[in-house]
Design a protein around this ligand. Structure first.
Ligand SMILES: [Mg+2]
Length: 349
């Protein structure tokens, strides 16, 4: 197939503040071909990401052939190299993710196969999911068996108590066998993490996520022994296999969470998973219950445990992608339709 058109669009979200960086900055990327097959991808970067795709990646992609996973990897390498002076991490790679996922969708649709088949086939029939958000009881009522709650440390000593209360509540609702996680979103520091690891240990958390900023790899590496047996998790703010290689060298994290719509798509995701397997570190992709990560998880021998964000559970949300798979009794399965198996809500473009 020859690529004949590439277009990125920032959707008209209704249920978020109308800023370029809201709603996880997600953009839609469409790739057209000379055989009529069209691929749709989901990337990051907001209107800045849209500009990168439409004003740079587009001219690089038009006329290129794409018929295989290796072709997609070759195009990924080409776009990465061409955007390197301003890219490597952040917006350029979030935009590249949308292109990469559109190309995978294209491969699937052209072969009339779901993306996990393009990746070699499903290695598991369904995936354990967990719910992220503050409403612990509501997610349990919805069917989730595992849960991550957010916690922010503001400097107020009462923030320690609120962490204990939230952890006790989550453990009580989900029971002793459940995985309970804490997302600190870079609001803790080394001292706070040490204290939290002490006072939350009785609730046996599975991981503490983003305790420090992603730039402080040595700090996170040191905290792994302090937090054990809980894991120090992170990676949603890291990009490509080059970025994750740095995490591996520093031994900074006990669990990696690449976001497949930000880190460089499935091409980067596969390379990151290969690194993780080599390092013996588990992978649980950020927002992995959305189809973009879900197909990769189900086809992988190393990634597992799919995150569903609370804005995906909320009834008042933008349905940009129709027919998304739902969590049933705590588990989720990717659609077996061609490509990623979701339908774009064109009314939002
Ligand atoms: Mg997070």
């Amino acid at each position: 197939m020859k690529i004949t058109g590439v277009k990125a669009v920032y959707p008209r979200y209704q249920h978020v503040v109308p800023s370029w960086r809201t709603h996880f900055w997600q953009i839609v990327v469409q790739v057209e071909t000379d055989v009529g097959a069209i691929g749709l991808g989901y990337g990051g970067g907001g209107v800045a990401g849209v500009e990168i795709v439409n004003r740079h990646y587009r001219e690089l992609l038009i006329g290129k052939e794409v018929d295989s996973v290796d072709d997609v990897a070759g195009l990924w390498n080409y776009l990465y190299a061409e955007s390197l002076p301003y890219g490597r991490k952040g917006l350029a790679i979030m935009a590249l993710s949308g292109v990469d996922l559109a190309l995978y969708d294209l491969l699937g649709k052209a072969a009339d196969k779901p993306v996990y088949e393009v990746l070699g086939g499903a290695r598991k029939s369904h995936i354990m999911a967990y719910a992220t958000g503050p409403n612990s009881q509501a997610y349990r009522d919805y069917g989730f068996l595992h849960h991550k709650f957010p916690h922010r440390f503001t400097g107020d000593p009462a923030d320690y108590e609120s962490a204990v209360t939230a952890a006790a509540n989550a453990r009580q609702i989900y029971g002793s066998d459940a995985r309970i996680m804490v997302d600190c979103y870079m609001s803790w520091d080394v001292e706070v993490t040490k204290r939290m690891a002490e006072i939350l240990a009785e609730f046996n958390p599975y991981w503490y996520e983003d305790v420090l900023t992603p730039d402080d790899l040595p700090g996170q590496a040191d905290l792994r022994t302090v937090a054990a047996p809980a894991l120090i998790a992170g990676g949603e703010h890291e990009f490509t296999h080059h970025g994750f290689a740095g995490i591996a060298r520093a031994g900074a994290l006990g669990l990696w969470q690449p976001d497949i719509t930000w880190c460089g798509g499935i091409t980067a995701g596969r390379r990151i998973i290969d690194l993780a397997r080599g390092a013996g570190v588990p992978v649980s992709p950020h927002r992995g219950a959305e189809v973009w990560g879900l197909h990769l998880i189900v086809a992988s021998d190393w990634a597992d445990f799919a995150e569903m964000h609370s804005d995906h559970i909320n009834a008042q949300r933008d349905e940009l992608w129709l027919d998304e798979p739902q969590v049933v009794d705590g588990y989720i399965t990717p659609p077996d339709r061609p490509g990623f198996g979701v339908t774009l809500n064109e009314a939002m473009l």
